[in-house]
Ligand binder design. Structure first.
Ligand code: AMP
Length: 211
């Protein structure tokens, strides 16, 4: 299956992506992770991406589309993948349609009032899990694997506000784009736990016999 994962920052895309990957053995391709790896490695792409990411803005389309287009030609992407964080605007969605045949767009719908607190209180682990500070007490190690947790550089109130503005002005219209193509599946991430959201996802995937 070829899936696009859509949702506002803080909707729980990363958390659900790890669960989907574990259950369905899907290749998870996150453009945010690709940019962060480039920043860490000090590449030219990383240097360019950092200035946009720090400002909560989108990295230019030409760069981003080229990275994804290339990544989808790798052998491991032949049978399917889940794109997390791409496309993020109409231009990227239209470009993606030129080089990929997307089966489904999974949209994680979330109450916007929850987002700021969720993101600014978020601690991540390299194993793919993330936790809200309220669940951790004084500990900053991953309850699942024991590695130290970290906060993303762009998970601060100022950048989060810009990321949310970017999401609502540029990415949210993609919900209609995929609905019009008959590919949209929406699940709701309200006050429920990540497990509740995952139950909804599995139900939707099973309905369509996606595995
Ligand atoms: P994420 O990890 O998906 O929240 O992405 C973190 C940041 O990486 C975003 O705020 C953007 O600056 C950049 N980014 C990730 N994916 C894209 C994309 N498809 N287009 C442009 N910029 C992106």
């Amino acid at each position: 299956m070829k899936i696009v994962l859509l949702g506002a920052p803080g909707a729980g895309k990363g958390t659900q992506a790890s669960r989907i990957t574990a259950k369905y053995n899907t290749l998870h391709i996150s453009t945010g992770d690709i940019f962060r790896a480039n920043i860490k490695a000090g590449t030219e792409i990383g240097k360019l991406a950092k200035s946009y990411m720090d400002a909560g803005k989108l990295v230019p389309d030409e760069v981003t589309c080229e990275i994804v287009k290339d990544r989808l030609t790798w052998e491991d992407a032949r049978d399917g993948y889940m794109l997390d964080g791409f496309p993020r605007n109409l231009f990227q969605a239209e470009e993606l349609d030129k080089f990929a045949d997307i089966d489904l767009c999974l949209n994680i719908d979330v109450d916007i009032d929850l987002l700021m607190d969720r993101i600014c209180g978020r601690w991540m682990c390299t194993c793919g899990e993330s936790y809200h500070v309220s669940m951790l007490g004084d500990s900053r190690v991953c309850p699942k694997c024991g590695k130290p947790l970290y906060q993303r550089a762009d998970d601060n109130p100022e950048t989060v506000k810009a990321r949310l503005d970017t999401y609502f002005s540029q990415t949210a219209p993609l919900v209609d784009y995929y609905r019009e193509q008959g590919k949209l599946v929406s699940v709701t991430s309200g006050a429920g736990s990540p497990d509740d959201v995952f139950v909804q996802i599995v139900k939707e995937f099973d309905k369509r016999d996606l595995r």
